[in-house]
Design a protein around this ligand. Structure first.
Ligand SMILES: Cc1ncc(COP(=O)(O)O)c(C=O)c1O
Length: 387
């Protein structure tokens, strides 16, 4: 039996290789400190868990959910957009629930890409933008995010022929893996560019609530006219330490949202309603709770950046996200440096090339492990000889 080309050509998901490397070390009795995957170590808040306990007793939630999600969930997302971004959204037509943002991101290309169509994807980037395009039979054209441009897309560098051909484009700020942030002027430029060339603009906004130093991340839907061409993806995974519960949302232009809903309704039957209730609760977490959560990451960020600088790496403290993106020393690639850290320090980082070719001379460290492990990992790194 022959597997489909799309499966044969599918690279292993980035973190599968990393998990294997960790497991191998464990078999040898070596404990590894992993700054790999961005999966919060801090538990889901009690208030959110309590809501699940109550919601699971409701027989209405024992049935198939609707693909678009509970009206109450969508209303809670609408309230979040109003309170947080001063954006008015109709929960009936402009918002849907997702089984984690990843699900919506992977399915979105099915709405815009026919076989052979082009999608513009930043590089480095969350790998699912490219893979979703490939599943839809499309072609990904990468646009490099350069350090000299603060890892923002330079729209003037995009070839006009490509822009005319492209059907969709992805952007993601605050950005994984670079930690870069964007302001409303940048989003305005993105909207103008995509409007000019009739491109569906997808903004992955999964890290808007994980911010530091007083930075407040905007939503692209604040830009006048963005609602004509955009979908914005949100997730409670990182905002509320809920990666395991899989709660996300998509908001934006009603026709685009409806297209995503129609695709979804033929593939999945929505997210468990009891878990959507957790989402409703998480969307009402207080600013104080969010600040306290972010303070934990901020302290870790500062420690990690300071150790990396001490050992001669050029790391900067990002104003958002859970990641430190740092250049590898001269003479290394992202893979050879990752290997050195694993072999000589028993520390795992994510090689930048996992996010695309433009990540080749970088590695990413995630801040989602407990403080004692961060301290131990940094102790190991500080003993490294990088010469
Ligand atoms: C940029 C980006 N988008 C989307 C996701 C997926 O979020 P979710 O857990 O809601 O599927 C991640 C998770 O790491 C991410 O980094």
């Amino acid at each position: 039996m022959e597997l489909a080309k799309r499966v044969k050509e599918l690279p292993p998901y980035l973190f599968v290789g990393i998990s294997k490397a960790i497991a191998k070390k464990k078999e040898q009795g070596i404990d590894v400190i992993s700054f790999g995957i961005g999966d919060p170590d801090i538990p889901t808040p009690n208030k959110v868990l309590d809501r699940l306990k109550k919601a699971s007793d409701n027989p209405a939630h024992h049935k198939y959910p609707e693909s678009e999600g509970l009206p109450e969930f969508r209303q809670a997302v609408s309230n979040f957009y109003k309170n947080r971004f001063n954006v008015d959204l109709d929960f009936g037509t402009e918002i849907i629930n997702l089984i984690g943002a990843k699900e919506g991101i992977a399915h979105a290309p099915l709405c815009f890409i026919d076989p052979g169509d082009k999608a513009i994807v930043p590089n480095p980037a969350y790998p699912v933008y490219e893979i979703g395009t490939m599943f839809a039979g499309g072609e990904t054209v990468f646009i490099d995010l350069l350090e000299k441009n603060d890892f923002l897309v330079d729209f003037t560098s995009i070839d006009t022929k490509l822009a005319k051909e492209a059907k969709m484009m992805w952007i993601n700020y605050p950005n994984n893996p670079t930690g870069a942030i964007a302001n409303l002027d940048f989003f305005k430029e993105a909207v103008e560019f995509c409007k000019e060339f009739d491109i569906a603009l997808m903004h992955d906004a999964c890290y808007t609530e994980v911010t530091f130093d007083g930075y407040i991340a905007p939503s692209i839907l604040q830009v006048p006219g963005a609602m004509d061409i955009c979908i914005e993806f949100h997730s409670l995974s990182k905002t509320a330490n809920m990666t395991g519960w899989r709660v996300g949302s998509a908001a934006g232009n009603p026709d685009l949202i409806n297209a995503l809903m129609r695709v979804k309704s033929n593939i999945d039957s929505g997210l468990s309603q009891a878990i959507q209730e957790m989402g409703i609760e998480a969307l009402s977490l207080s600013k104080d709770w969010i600040n306290q959560n972010n303070d934990i990451y901020k302290k870790r960020r500062d420690k990690v950046v300071s150790t990396l600088n001490e050992i001669g790496l050029d790391a900067n403290a990002p104003k958002a996200t859970l990641y430190i993106w740092t250049k590898v020393p001269e003479g290394f690639t992202s893979a050879s440096f990752t290997e050195k850290l694993l072999e000589e320090a028993n520390v795992v980082v994510t090689p930048g090339n996992g996010y695309g070719k433009a990540g080749e001379v970088y590695v990413r460290l995630s801040l989602t492990i407990p403080d004692d492990q961060i301290d131990e990992g940094l102790k190991r790194l500080s003993k490294l000889n990088l010469k």
